[in-house]
Design a binder for this molecule. Structure first.
Ligand code: ASP
Length: 432
């Protein structure tokens, strides 16, 4: 049985067992499922463990083999423009559907206040977290690390990327006598990281079961019902963006068959769904781009870690729907001006969101404030917090699919030969 099938079965089993425990109110089973949750968390830690060595080694080898800083600059520029443009499209889709369906119009004020009351404590915590966010200048300055080891230790990917690119470019200028041994060491680290990923992935089905069953047993699906229309709008928007926007981009910009592409990368959104974290999925995203799609390392090693940090189409789309929903539910009029502001701020807020669970709901506060919903922030967040976990899983799946699509587009624009035929697969050690 393929690994993907095993993970999918584990996921479905987790949902079913979780629902049974929750609906039937079988407390011992519920307690057991919550108790095995830490196994899932242990797995997330195992895969996250490899992010820093993999990103540094792969990016260093990638930049050094480009050997030309101008090429790095060109790929960087293209990637940033592409990321911003696709995220703005995602926000526009979110706004469009919310205008059509008006998910906030049907909710009566009593339900609204009951829901908002239930999560008000947790919402206040998120507000405190958001208040600690640094200013724009501080954020820009923080991109230059004063100590790259510190950046690595904090898993602060953006400064680490900046340092590694500069260092890799410097290595490429050295005399081959010095350059080659350095590169060989990092090539070795890169290959060993890939082996670790293959090992950790063998445990993925068990981890996915533990993660999903624990969440469903704990939260149940009750809340989903009261926020059903809102959730359906988010899901519809995400599907539309993943299938239509990415489908068209893959077909016309990457010149790949979208169906075949999605099939080859399908493990990646599944793991993103189960972990709710682009960062935790990053090792698998990088391995998949190189081995399943044939994206050259010099592109994947740069585009993907950057994408996990700043490119979040799913998050931005969700934020657009959330703002419209909260505005509608509180009778706040969102005109063209406000909606254009959302396109801008949601695109930027998704850049600022880290690739970890629930990051999107914290930066959502910025978007709410930007359109004048400042007074409704806490109640609004409390309102949607109940279904945030499940929507987080879905938007993370879209985020990583967007990163992979970008790597294919940028690789193609650099003249790379992409292949979905699986010829690269020979190198993957399957389950040994
Ligand atoms: N969990 C998302 C990610 O890692 C971020 C978010 O939307 O909360 O991509």
């Amino acid at each position: 049985m393929q690994l993907y099938t095993k993970i999918l079965i584990a996921l479905i089993a987790g949902v079913v067992v979780g629902i049974v425990a929750n609906l039937a109110g079988i407390e011992p089973l519920q307690d057991f499922l919550v108790a095995i949750g830490p196994f899932g968390t242990a797995w997330i830690r195992l895969i996250t463990m490899i992010v820093v060595p993999l990103v540094v080694a792969s990016l260093l080898v990638g930049t050094a083999s480009l050997g030309d800083l101008r090429k790095v600059g060109r790929i960087g520029g293209k990637t940033l423009v592409y990321y911003m443009a696709t995220t703005a499209v995602a926000v526009t889709i979110g706004l469009g559907i919310s205008n059509l369906v008006r998910p906030g119009s049907g909710v009566d004020p009593a339900t609204r206040d009951a829901l908002a009351g239930q999560f008000s404590g947790e919402a206040a915590q998120r507000m405190t977290l958001a208040a600690e966010k640094p200013s724009v200048v501080e954020t820009l300055l923080a991109m230059i690390p004063t100590n790259p080891i510190q950046a690595a230790a904090d898993m602060d990917l953006l400064p680490l990327i900046i340092f590694t690119i500069i260092f890799g470019a410097a290595v490429s200028t050295l005399d081959p006598r010095l350059r080659d041994p350095v590169l060989r060491v990092f090539e070795g680290i890169n290959e060993a990281s890939m082996v670790v990923i293959d090992w950790v992935m063998l445990l993925a089905p068990y981890a996915v079961f533990a993660l999903i069953a624990a969440i469903v047993a704990q939260f149940g699906l009750d809340l989903l019902r009261s926020l059903l229309v809102y959730s359906v709008v988010v899901v519809a928007g995400l599907l539309l963006h993943a299938l239509v926007t990415y489908g068209l981009i893959l077909r016309f910009l990457a010149r790949l068959n979208p169906g075949a592409f999605f099939k080859r990368i399908r493990e990646v959104p599944l793991i993103a769904f189960s972990t709710s974290s682009s960062n935790a999925t990053l090792p698998l995203t990088m391995e998949t781009a190189e081995e399943e799609v044939g994206v050259p390392k010099e592109v994947s090693s740069f585009v993907l870690p950057l994408g996990a940090t700043i490119n979040m189409d799913g998050t931005a789309l969700y934020q657009a729907v959330a703002v419209m929903f909260i505005a509608q539910i509180y009778g706040f009029d969102m005109g063209v001006g406000e909606q254009l502001t959302v396109v801008l701020t949601a695109t930027l807020a998704s850049v600022g969101a880290a690739g970890v669970p629930s990051a999107g709901i914290i930066t959502l506060i910025i978007v709410l404030q930007s359109v004048g919903l400042g007074d409704q922030v806490q109640a609004g967040i409390a309102l949607i917090l109940g279904v945030d976990r499940i929507l987080d899983m879905l938007r993370t799946a879209v985020n990583v699919t967007g990163d992979l699509t970008a790597s294919a587009v940028i690789a193609r624009s650099e003249g790379a030969e992409l292949s979905l035929s699986g010829s690269q697969e020979a190198e993957v050690s399957e389950g040994t």
